[in-house]
Design a protein around this ligand. Structure first.
Ligand SMILES: CC(C)(COP(=O)(O)OP(=O)(O)OC[C@H]1O[C@@H](n2cnc3c(N)ncnc32)[C@H](O)[C@@H]1OP(=O)(O)O)[C@@H](O)C(=O)NCCC(=O)NCCS
Length: 171
């Protein structure tokens, strides 16, 4: 069965309603960049494994996807809004933001293209913290809208984005 993906958006003050960041000890946040492609590909594979969005991608396909992401994240706002958390020298969570033309359905704007947390680190608020960092960076860059695509029934993702002030667009 092909599940539907919905557009979610947050408009206005993108920093509104964000809780302080829970940052477990030993976690280091920084901007994501192309040298992270391989490690982020691995992180994506592990995070999506067994979820509704798992299409059985190979490590090479996951890296290609991350590489394509960096090609679209060329604006400075999107670069500063793409963050990764490292633990023991490995990325364990990331929120990656790129430009989106709106697909003829909505005005163009930044898109939180990926938010992923390694399975062993899920349930500690890291995913929400990563997206909150992206939203703060977009606010600093003067952005007042941002989007995400969420597959119908992806409850962890829906909970994360709803808590941060996103709403689903009905279509
Ligand atoms: C979505 C995702 C990034 C959330 O990351 P996270 O670090 O676990 O985020 P949080 O700890 O803030 O938890 C978010 C929600 O996930 C759910 N959740 C987290 N860990 C869970 C676990 N082990 N079992 C069940 N539900 C869990 C909870 O419902 C939580 O919402 P709540 O705080 O309102 O109860 C993570 O689940 C993930 O990587 N999923 C696979 C990739 C994906 O689907 N990305 C989103 C695409 S838009």
């Amino acid at each position: 069965m092909q599940r539907r993906r919905h557009i979610w958006q947050k408009l206005g003050d993108l920093s509104a309603g964000l809780a302080p960041d829970p940052s477990p000890d030993g976690l280091k946040w920084r901007m994501a960049s192309p040298p992270d492609i391989e490690a982020l590909g691995e992180l994506m594979l592990s995070a999506y494994r067994g979820t509704l969005d798992d299409e059985g991608e190979t490590p090479e396909q996951a890296c290609d996807e991350v590489r394509r992401f960096f090609d679209r994240a060329s604006g400075s706002a999107e670069k500063s809004a793409s963050v990764v958390a490292e633990h023991d020298g490995k990325p364990v969570c990331a929120s990656l933001c790129c430009q989106w033309d709106g697909g003829g359905r909505v005005p163009a704007g930044p898109l939180i293209a990926y938010v992923v947390t390694a399975p062993a680190y899920q349930g500690r608020g890291l995913g929400g913290s990563a997206v909150a960092r992206s939203l703060r960076a977009l606010t600093l860059a003067g952005r007042t809208r941002t989007y995400a695509f969420i597959t119908d029934g992806n409850h962890p993702s829906e909970a994360t984005f709803r808590r941060l002030g996103f709403d689903t667009l009905t279509d």
